[in-house]
Structures are given as C-alpha cells and as structure tokens.
Ligand binder design. Structure first.
Ligand SMILES: [Zn+2]
Length: 335
C-alpha cells in the first residue's frame, strides 16, 4: 500500500487553515478508489435548477456585504436564511447566543425536513464570513463578501432544502447554518473558531443525555466552498472514509468524478465537532490551490451555477446510499 503524504507545496495562504499532516502524524489510509459504481440503488431524476437557485441565493447574500457577527450584513443574512426556510413551510430554529470570551453574538439557524423515519442526516454550511476588519496588520483588513466562503454552501443548502420539501427524503434531514466558523484572529486559531458547530454538537449531546427522544444523527455532510468556477472538491483526510467512498461513487454515477478528490489534505472545519461525537462526517471543501480564498477576490464572478449543480446532484445521489450504509435497518424494507 502506498502511503500518500498529505503535505503539499504551493498552498500559500491556504496553510493558515490547512493543518497539513506531518511525520509525527499517524499514517492515513490512501483515498478509497471505488472499483465499481453501485448500480443496485436507483438513480432518481435530478432537479436541473438546483445550481441556478443556489446561485441566486449566493447573489443575494453577497449583496449583503460582510456577514460576520456584529455587521449589518450578518443581521440580514440570518434573517434571510430564516425567512427562506420559513417560506418553505419549515419550522425554523434560531439559536442565538453570546460568546463571552470573544464579546460576540452568534446565531445558528436550522430546520428539519421530516422524512419517513426520524433518524436524521445533518447537512451543514457556515453562514459567517471571514472577519476582515479591526486586525492589527493592515494587510488583513479589506472588503470581503465571501461568495464562495461560504455563501456558496448556504445557497446550495437552501436550494437543497427546497428540493427535499417537494420530494421528502426517507430519512429526516436537518439543514444547519453554522455561525462563527471562521477564526476570530485572521490567522487560523482552532481555539477561537468553529463556534457554531461546537455549540450545535454540545446541545445535541446534552439532548441525548437528557433522553428527550432526540432522533439520532446518523451522518453529517458539510458544504464549504462548493461554488467555484474551477470546482475541485478536496479529499479531506479526517472525513469518514465510508462517506468518502459513497460520495466518490455518487460522483462517478453522475459523471462528475473529475471534480472530486484529486487533492488530499487535512482541513479543520465544522465537521470536526460531529466526528468528535463519533458521528460519521465529511467535509466537501474546495480549498487546495484556491487563489480567491480569504482574499478580496472571493467574489460572485468566480462562482458558477454549474458547479453548485454538480455538488447538489452528488449530494442528492449520495443521500439514499448514506441511509443504506449508516442507518440501522436495511432501507429497502421500508421503501
Ligand atoms: Zn474561510
């Protein structure tokens, strides 16, 4: 078995977020390359307007400007996400809290699309933008609208939510929009980031411990930077390998293998809080060799509806496969 080294050159600013593996780290298995595409599962027709609908949300969010805690854009963004979910007839949960150590107020927004069974899959994206003001280094202060990071994930998640409302999934799906993903200091600091997903996971664990009948989360899929014109979804190395295989197979079955998993690297992101609870989770992220990442250039002009469509199609194709692999009973019996 050939061990693939994760550390890569040419990452530039990406190194700030990417914790590249090193000699001291434990060996990682090579990326799984599916020998065949599972043809046993049906491939349902896919909506053709996912990408265009997602893009229109991205356009709206970018129009709000910077959307980190405390900005006018943040207020408008959380209201917009909540209003879009409510317009779909969903019950919206707005969990607003104050993070004392940072003096910041955050808000996670979520909604459940009930399926035939209560066990659920969480689909997540972060809605905050990188803080690009008030830093000591003037180079870290600039106008930033976060078209890809992460209006793209939010836009696609809203478009997917609409599809699931119209075509209810077998498993329940929670769409969760996390706040406070970005590190408060400009340079990545794991202890001052990922606030929303950590809170969500903490509350979930508390609900399980309280035995309040909380439906279990069987898997988690994170969408982070999924809209670039030159889309290339990375093979994030902490992500669950079974989910990785399912996503790879789903991409292959839709003819999208070329944009999945060419580069393997480790990225700290909102999926970690789920992994820490033992929930299989995967980060679908396009960060390797991404020249717009955390720069003023992360603008709408670099986003393509076609890219959003591709990721949306792969997620929809993967969903029944995830149910089949991660839910306790064979889903065929319930179909
Ligand atoms: Zn970011």
């Amino acid at each position: 078995m050939r061990r693939r080294h994760v550390a890569r050159t040419g990452l530039g600013a990406g190194l700030a977020l990417v914790a590249a593996a090193c000699g001291a780290c434990s060996p990682e298995p090579p990326p799984s390359t599916p020998a065949h595409v599972d043809s046993a599962l049906p491939t349902a027709p896919l909506p053709k307007d996912l990408g265009s609908r997602a893009f229109s949300h991205v356009e709206t969010l970018v129009g709000f400007g910077a959307r980190h805690a405390g900005t006018d854009g943040w207020n408008r963004a959380v209201d917009y996400i909540a209003a879009e979910l409510a317009a779909l007839g969903l019950e919206v949960v707005r969990d607003r809290w104050s993070e004392e150590s940072e003096g910041l107020t955050f808000e996670n927004v979520s909604a459940r699309i009930p399926g035939a069974i209560p066990d659920r899959i969480v689909l997540g994206a972060h809605h905050d933008t990188k803080i690009t003001e008030g830093h000591d280094d003037p180079a870290h202060n600039f106008a930033f609208v976060g078209a890809n990071d992460s209006a793209s994930g939010v836009g696609l998640l809203l478009a997917l939510a609409r599809h699931w409302v119209e075509h209810p999934p077998l498993a329940s799906v929670d769409v969760v929009f996390f706040d406070g993903e970005e590190s408060v200091p400009f340079t990545w600091d794991l202890t001052r980031a990922l606030f929303g997903s950590r809170r969500y996971a903490r509350r979930y664990r508390a609900a399980l411990q309280a035995d309040e009948g909380e439906p279990p989360i069987r898997a988690m899929v994170l969408l982070d930077m999924v809209g670039a014109r030159d889309l290339s979804i990375d093979d994030e190395s902490m992500s669950d390998r079974g989910l990785h295989r399912i996503i790879a197979e789903s991409a292959a079955s839709r003819g999208h293998s070329a944009v999945f998993f060419r580069n393997r690297l480790k990225v700290s992101d909102d999926h970690m809080a789920f992994l820490e609870l033992g929930i299989p989770a995967i980060d679908l992220i396009d960060i390797y060799d991404n020249p717009q990442w955390h720069t003023p250039e992360d603008k709408l002009e670099h986003i393509a509806p076609e890219s959003l469509q591709i990721v949306g199609e792969v997620v929809l194709t993967a969903l029944p496969r995830i149910e089949a692999a991660y839910f306790p009973e064979p889903t065929e019996e319930r179909r």
